[in-house]
Design a protein around this ligand. Sequence first.
Ligand SMILES: Nc1ncnc2c1ncn2[C@@H]1O[C@H](COP(=O)(O)OP(=O)(O)OP(=O)(O)O)[C@@H](O)[C@H]1O
Ligand SMILES: [Mg+2]
Length: 302
Amino acid sequence: MVAIFGVGGIGKTTITKAVYNRISSEFEGSCFLKNIRETSKSEYGLVQLQETLLSDILGASWVYNIGHIDRGINVIKRIRSKRVLLILDDVDEWGQLKALAGNRDWFGLGSRIIITRRDQNLLSNHEVDATYELEELNNDEALELFSLCAFKREKPFDNYLELSQRIIRYAGGLPLALEVLGLDLHGRSRHEWESALKEYMIRIPHKKIQKILRMSYDDLRESEKNIFLDIACFFKGENVDYVVKILDSCGLSPNIGIKKLMDKCLITIDACNKFEMHDLLQDMGREITREESPEEPGGHSR
Ligand SMILES: Nc1ncnc2c1ncn2[C@@H]1O[C@H](COP(=O)(O)OP(=O)(O)OP(=O)(O)O)[C@@H](O)[C@H]1O
Ligand SMILES: [Mg+2]
């Protein structure tokens, strides 16, 4: 059992889909369960996911009359004779793992289960053999992805090269941002690119990117949200011990909160013990603070 975690839009679903397409034929059965977070929100969502798993691996006849999670679990356990590949994409609760892959002996010897998740924390409690944090694309990869979206070719046109580099600096190596911005700018004049860049530079976050990144923020507790906003507005690049002292004096339980933010890939601590945060996440934090009192900067909480 392997787990992949990383912030929204970093490419967890894309990478696991590519792995699945490449190796699924080597197994006796396979299933890619996508959108587990979303699907399990509905009343019978988890049962539906169990049914998809069973029908993909054992065939449609096994799905008859599942109706309840416990019955689903009992039927899934019958897979144990098959060597399978199972992808559980976007898991956000312990109960989902329990219902779909509660124990490795539910599946045959040599089976592989890959779980993707935004938050590292839950995975450490399950029978996970290895955990990988998905890294951002490097500059060359970012330029290639951006170009494919903006120019429908692997490299930018010469007269757009410098502008493209500036966009990539803004988007960092986050594939979601590179794709959204590339598709947005496709077919537009250099003049329009310049104005778009100006907007980004005065930190008007792109709505579609913010919507995805914001989901990780919305999941936080109130005190964790406050720590995230404080780091976004004041403490990026500051020494961790110094910030912990300040947050402590504000009664924010910083150590637990910081651990949670790191698990959710919302912040990192660099080798010099300073807080780091992706620019797009920092923009999001500032935007949330601005939304609290848009007309009156004096009314902002920060
Ligand atoms: N390595 C990559 N090469 C090219 N495009 C990529 C790559 N990784 C991701 N993308 C693109 O970036 C977008 C976001 O990727 P993806 O949906 O896989 O992210 P995710 O980590 O699963 O996000 P979420 O946590 O919201 O589910 C997708 O539209 C995908 O096409
Ligand atoms: Mg995904």
